[in-house]
Write a protein that binds this ligand. Structure first.
Ligand SMILES: *[C@@H]1O[C@H](CO)[C@@H](O)[C@H](O)[C@H]1NC(C)=O
Ligand SMILES: *[C@@H]1O[C@H](CO)[C@@H](O)[C@H](O)[C@H]1NC(C)=O
Ligand SMILES: *[C@@H]1O[C@H](CO)[C@@H](O)[C@H](O)[C@H]1NC(C)=O
Ligand SMILES: *[C@@H]1O[C@H](CO)[C@@H](O)[C@H](O)[C@H]1NC(C)=O
Ligand SMILES: *[C@@H]1O[C@H](CO)[C@@H](O)[C@H](O)[C@H]1NC(C)=O
Length: 297
């Protein structure tokens, strides 16, 4: 194989890998928490419709394989009963006397446990998660998908979030655990952890527990990013500088060859001049074509 062909193949391969990884990246991994919420809501709504859910019963929803690791469950409640008794499902203790805005007859609560996906969808600058991000969202059961989101009005007792387990790094002893709440527009709110890995909150949303991250950890991450940067930079340099040179050279080589071939051919032909251009012209055709069906227009 000629060296130009070899390098052109390499260039095309790098280009292909770059474009396809970009496409895959933008199609799958733009970890947008709002998109996740609406995806889960829509998916749950579709699944639950087939089951004709009983109010007050918690259903586990299994998401498609590409979200495996995220736990979702669902409960449908009559608003009257919700106000009177609250809702104690999963990791959340929702007390009585909470109102929905606007008023609805029945509400759906969707619980999420993001598990190992937590840090893909959420992060707190300079902090590390020691618990998964869990959340609950309230929707109107009878509204259309895109309009069904409800607000909760909590006048009295707050909601308690009981985290299933906390993974403390060994080198943290008398550390500051903090509850975090992820609000709309990426707002992160902190509060103190109350007894035994419990957070007290006054709204629906997504919650977790964090500790301040140690600089060693960010260093390692920084080092990894540095490596990624070097590889990406080298590939980009290759694509932008080396590949065009190779492409241009082989284009020029091709043209020279074509011109050589053409001039070899044109030597066999006589030339005529049109204006100042020299054009090859054939004197005549040695063998006259014979039409098989002598069709004459
Ligand atoms: C998983 O697949 C669904 C379609 O089945 C798609 O809408 C969604 O974006 C995918 N999610 C991820 C994280 O790949
Ligand atoms: C739902 O899933 C949780 C754990 O993910 C499990 O403990 C519980 O038993 C399941 N409930 C039902 C009704 O399947
Ligand atoms: C989370 O864990 C599940 C298996 O339990 C795996 O299939 C999935 O790919 C993991 N997700 C991420 C983002 O690592
Ligand atoms: C995180 O820590 C770095 C240095 O330790 C600091 O420069 C940066 O402002 C911090 N970021 C936030 C959001 O506090
Ligand atoms: C959290 O606890 C610390 C002391 O343990 C206290 O100084 C601080 O005011 C508390 N913060 C809130 C928001 O309650």
């Amino acid at each position: 194989m000629e060296w130009r062909t070899f390098w052109m193949t390499i260039c095309v391969m790098i280009l292909y890998v770059s474009i396809s990884s970009y496409v895959v990246q933008s199609r799958m991994n733009n970890y947008d928490p709002d998109y996740l919420d609406s995806f889960i809501h829509e998916y749950t709504f579709k699944k639950i419709k087939e089951q004709n859910p009983v109010t007050g019963t918690l259903y586990n929803i299994s998401l498609p394989w590409n979200f495996s690791g995220i736990d979702v469950s669902f409960v449908r409640l009559r608003t009257g009963r919700f106000r009177k008794n609250g809702a104690n499902y999963g990791f959340f203790r929702i007390p009585p006397k909470i109102h929905t805005l606007p008023y609805v007859k029945r509400l759906d609560i969707i619980y999420q446990n993001l598990g190992n996906w937590s840090s893909y969808y959420y992060n707190v600058p300079n902090h590390t998660f020691v618990a998964p991000v869990i959340g609950f969202l309230a929707y109107d059961s009878d509204s259309s998908i895109d309009k069904g989101k409800l607000l909760l009005s909590i006048a009295r007792d707050p909601i308690e979030v009981h985290f299933p387990s906390i993974d403390l790094p060994e080198d943290f002893q008398n550390l500051e655990l903090k509850c975090v709440r992820f609000g709309h527009d990426g707002v992160v709110g902190f509060s103190n952890v109350t007894k035994a890995s419990t957070c007290v909150v006054r709204d629906q949303g997504h919650f977790s527990i964090v500790v301040p991250s140690k600089s060693g950890k960010t260093n390692r991450k920084g080092w990894e990013w540095w490596m990624v940067g070097v590889v990406a930079g080298a590939s980009a340099l290759f694509l932008l500088v080396f590949c065009p040179v190779v492409a241009y050279k082989s284009y020029r080589l091709n043209r020279i060859r074509k011109m050589e071939k053409q001039s070899e051919r044109s030597e066999a032909l006589d030339s005529i001049y049109i204006g100042s251009s020299r054009m090859p012209s054939a004197q005549g055709i040695r063998t006259q074509p014979v039409l098989e069906n002598s069709y004459v227009p």
